[in-house]
Design a protein around this ligand. Structure first.
Ligand code: C2O
Ligand code: CU
Length: 460
């Protein structure tokens, strides 16, 4: 299995431009003068190697799928050739394409039948760290996901290398008695204690980073004095993660791809669908350091490792070694300041929706038996979210970026926001500037499948 972990220096990726990333998929040369050729993306059955055990799954050839990398303003052209024995679509999580390219079956397109094809084609003007994934049923809970990076025309950050880390919970194609994520198989879900942060309750025997279990960890490499950029993405179905690197603080520069004033923390908390970009200074002299990925409210740990170039593989920490930083300082949304806030006018919003999240219902309704949220082109829309349940819900809006309302008045711009349990409230604003019918849903796939979904509908 190829897992491209190419250490890209700033220079090499700037010089490489989008073509390098795209060529990784196509395996062929320069694009035609008229524009880039369509990249083939082939969902199909495959085997994922979990430290020597094969797990039968569905994926895009590798897990994660091939990185798609573009420059801001370029055309994304991906031809999906469905090799699955089931319908599929691809959703570009965090991007705001025209509605017909959003990849939601029955809402924005007819699903792609087995053996069928579909060409996704749209411009990507907004840089950031995004993901692509299947959007039919629980397909995303298999290996049908990958990273999508849109580079700015002019990179404002200085760093030496970058790596993307995709965090996942995994059960597909494995004997559920195996694994390292703790809990006896078949044990009934115990209700969470009050103080526990939990985004889900299912048993997932494996926690993976870039498709790899702790016994065969993904390796992030660098030299003393290097500055790394990490794009950390939670693509799990049912698991919120705490993320930290032993011996190395993290400086947050982006949430969900959108820039914030830098804030240095010990650890990140990521709900499903959330991403953080962080800078990490390699301030140690050498060695191999644990990158701990702990499921919120659950036992077990996934991991990757940070290896200083030249450190022996034998220096790799034991799989269960737990960075103390996981218990250190986190930054709440209140502490993050957007450097490019949404141009929300002064005054009050044109529409306000008060949405109570209760169990997996929104205002007592389950999609598709749920009222759409009507908006009109050009409106300023506010969603007031209140969560009365025991689970945190990472709520994701398709097709728009929203701004989290915080006391600073300059909360982070995001596309997925975690609403805390037991009375937690989050309020978000967005500008309705992308007509169509867009999903707003919990990114816990089980909750989504239970109907924790609404349609934001511009009408016609
Ligand atoms: Cu990652 Cu409906 O989305
Ligand atoms: Cu949920």
């Amino acid at each position: 299995m190829t897992r491209p972990q190419l250490p890209l220096t700033r220079r090499s990726f700037l010089a490489g431009s989008a073509v390098a990333g795209l060529a990784a998929i196509t395996g062929c040369g320069a694009p035609a003068a008229s524009g880039p050729p369509a990249l083939p993306l082939r969902p199909g059955p495959m085997t994922l190697d979990l430290a020597g055990t094969g797990a039968r799954t569905w994926g895009y050839g590798t897990v994660p799928g091939p990185e798609i990398r573009l420059r801001a303003g370029e055309l994304l052209r991906v031809r999906v050739q469905n090799g699955l024995p089931d319908d599929t679509t691809v959703h570009w999580h965090g991007l705001a394409p025209p509605n017909a390219m959003d990849g939601v079956p029955g809402v924005t397109q007819r699903p792609i039948a087995p053996g069928g094809e579909f060409l996704y084609e749209f411009r990507t003007p907004v840089p950031g760290s995004f993901m692509y994934h299947a959007h039919v049923g629980m397909q995303l809970d298999r290996g049908l996901y990958g990273p999508l990076v849109v580079e700015p025309r002019d990179e404002p950050l200085a760093y030496d290398r970058e790596h993307t880390l995709m965090l996942d919970d995994w059960a597909d194609g494995v004997d559920e008695h195996r694994g390292h994520a703790g809990g006896e198989p078949g044990t009934p879900a115990v209700p969470d204690a009050r103080e526990v942060v939990s985004f889900g309750g299912r048993r997932y025997p494996f926690l993976l980073v870039n498709g790899r279990p702790p016994e065969d960890p993904a390796v992030v490499e660098g030299r003393p004095g290097d500055r790394l950029r990490l794009r950390v993405m939670n693509v799990a179905a049912d698991t919120g993660f705490r993320f930290a690197i032993a011996g190395h603080p993290l400086t947050i520069t982006h949430t969900d791809g959108m820039p914030v004033e830098p804030v240095t923390v010990d650890a990140l908390r990521l709900g499903m669908g959330e991403r953080y970009d962080v800078l990490v200074d390699l301030r140690q002299r050498g060695g191999t350091w644990q990158i701990g990925v702990q499921p919120e409210g659950r036992p077990g740990q996934g991991r990757a490792v940070l290896r200083y170039t030249g450190s022996p593989a034998s220096a790799t920490p034991p799989a269960e070694s737990r960075p103390a930083e996981l218990d250190g300082r986190l930054a709440g949304y209140d502490e993050l300041l957007a450097t490019e806030p949404l141009p929300v006018p002064t005054g009050s919003p044109d529409r306000v929706f008060d949405l109570t999240l209760e169990g997996t219902e929104i205002n007592g309704q389950s999609y598709p038996d749920a009222d759409p949220l009507p908006v009109a082109d050009g409106e300023w829309v506010r969603l007031n979210l209140r969560n009365t349940g025991a689970k945190w819900h990472p709520m994701h809006l398709h097709g728009h970026h929203f701004q989290v309302r915080t006391p600073s008045g300059r909360g982070p711009v995001k596309d997925t926001v975690a609403v805390p349990s037991r009375g937690g409230e989050v309020s978000i604003d967005f500008l309705a500037t992308n007509p169509g019918r867009w999903l707003f849903h919990c990114h816990n796939h089980h909750h989504m499948e239970d109907g924790m979904v609404r349609l934001v509908d511009y009408g016609r």
